[in-house]
Structure formats: structure tokens, C-alpha cells
Design a protein around this ligand. Structure first.
Ligand code: FE2
Length: 232
């Protein structure tokens, strides 16, 4: 039969079905559907979490994206040095450039630098405690910090605040996958089980050539309104 492709069976109907399957596979690989250029499935927004009491009340002297060194001091933060990096995207996976990403966490002694922190635990003067960076054109951010440690009553965590251009901030927290405290942490467990996984990341061992011992990737998906409703 001229001008009609056939498959090995010679049946033009199965050839048409095979062609459609190939097309679906090709579109799926490209993240498209046959209905058009819409994504097959929107990404789930990163869950919102409480900011907690220790967001810096006064601007720190040093607020760059390397929390392991404090400007004007000799020395490196105590703790396991870790790179925390990722991308900020919208629910369609489109990178969000120019988003301000801020993090804050306690030092290796479990101590926040904040007037409300009343514990007798010593402060690590070489840990910055807070940092900020702006995402690049691919939505990427990167911090050098320490792997989070337990704080009394809490699982190890890093606070995040992500503010895209001309939109409100998403405030959330990120947790380490190897922390047994994740089982009982009262803030993490306010979330439904299926949402907790989005906030729990591996701190993978990496070669120390980069200067860090661990690396963790935490991608952040922003809803059109800047995040999901607060659970706190
Ligand atoms: Fe905290």
C-alpha cells in the first residue's frame, strides 16, 4: 500500500497506534502533553512553616552566603561544613531569578544569636547564623553553612525565607534526612505525611576538596501566591 507506513505486522492500524505511542513518549520526555505546551503535572508548592522566634531582630554585621566565616574574624565555624544549594522555581518548573533567599539557624552548640535566646550554651563567634543571597538567572542559590544540629525540643533544621520579585515571601524550614528527631518534631509533624518529604533532604558526603564535607540540595517551589497556607 503506497504512502502508508506499516509496522512489522503490516497492519496500518497498529502502525498508527505505535506512532501515537512514540509521540506521547517524545512529548512526555519534553515535559509536554498532546493537548499543548502545558506541563503534564504541576509541581507541588513547598509547604510553608513557622518562622520561629529567632529571625534576626537586628541586621547582623555579616550577611553574605558563607555562614562559616564572619567578616573581620579569623577562624571557621564549628560543626560539619555543608553546602546547601538548590533552585527556586514556580509550579511549572520555571526558574525564578532575582528571588531573595535568606536562611538562619543555630550554631554547632545549639545556640541562636538572638536576644530571646536565653540558654547558657556558648556562642560560636565564628558562625554567622544568618545569610542571604539572590537567585541567578537559572533560579539557583547556594550557601556554605553547617549541617544543622538539634536544638532543645526541635529536630535539626534550617529556616528559609524566599521572596520572589514583587510577591510575598515563603517562609519554611528544611530538615536533615538522617535526624531521628524528625520522628517527633512538633513543627515538622504538623504537616501531612505526604508534605513532610518535601522539607527533608540528604546531607551527602562529598570530597573535601571544595572545603565542605556535605552537600544538600533543597529545591523550592513557589505557588503563584508565594507559598501554601501556613500550618502554624
Ligand atoms: Fe529554629
Amino acid at each position: 500500500m503506497p504512502n502508508v507506513e506499516t509496522d512489522r505486522t503490516g497492519d496500518p492500524r497498529s502502525t498508527a497506534a505505535a506512532g501515537r505511542r512514540r509521540l506521547i513518549r517524545w512529548f512526555a520526555a519534553a515535559g509536554l502533553s498532546l493537548a499543548g505546551a502545558a506541563p503534564l503535572r504541576a509541581l507541588t508548592p513547598t509547604p510553608r512553616q513557622t518562622a520561629g522566634p529567632f529571625y534576626p531582630s537586628v541586621p547582623p554585621l555579616d550577611d553574605d552566603n558563607d555562614l562559616t566565616r564572619v567578616r573581620g574574624r579569623i577562624g571557621t565555624a564549628r560543626g560539619v561544613i555543608a553546602d546547601v544549594l538548590g533552585r527556586v522555581v514556580d509550579v511549572n518548573g520555571v526558574p525564578i531569578a532575582g528571588a531573595e533567599v535568606k536562611i538562619w539557624q543555630c550554631d554547632a552548640n545549639g545556640r541562636y544569636r538572638h536576644p530571646l535566646e536565653r540558654s547558657a550554651r556558648p556562642i560560636d563567634p565564628s558562625f554567622q547564623g544568618y545569610g542571604r543571597v539572590v537567585t541567578d538567572e537559572l533560579g539557583r542559590y547556594r550557601f556554605r553553612t553547617i549541617k544543622p544540629v538539634p536544638y532543645p525540643g526541635r529536630a535539626p533544621h534550617i529556616h528559609f525565607s524566599v521572596t520572589p520579585p514583587r510577591a510575598r515571601a515563603l517562609v519554611t524550614q528544611m530538615y536533615a534526612a538522617d535526624s531521628p528527631e524528625n520522628q517527633w518534631d512538633f513543627i515538622l509533624n504538623r504537616l501531612p505525611t505526604d508534605q513532610r518529604a518535601a522539607l527533608i533532604v540528604e546531607f551527602a558526603h562529598i570530597g573535601k576538596a571544595s572545603g565542605a564535607a556535605r552537600a544538600a540540595t533543597f529545591d523550592i517551589v513557589l505557588a503563584p501566591t508565594g507559598g501554601t497556607p501556613s500550618t502554624s
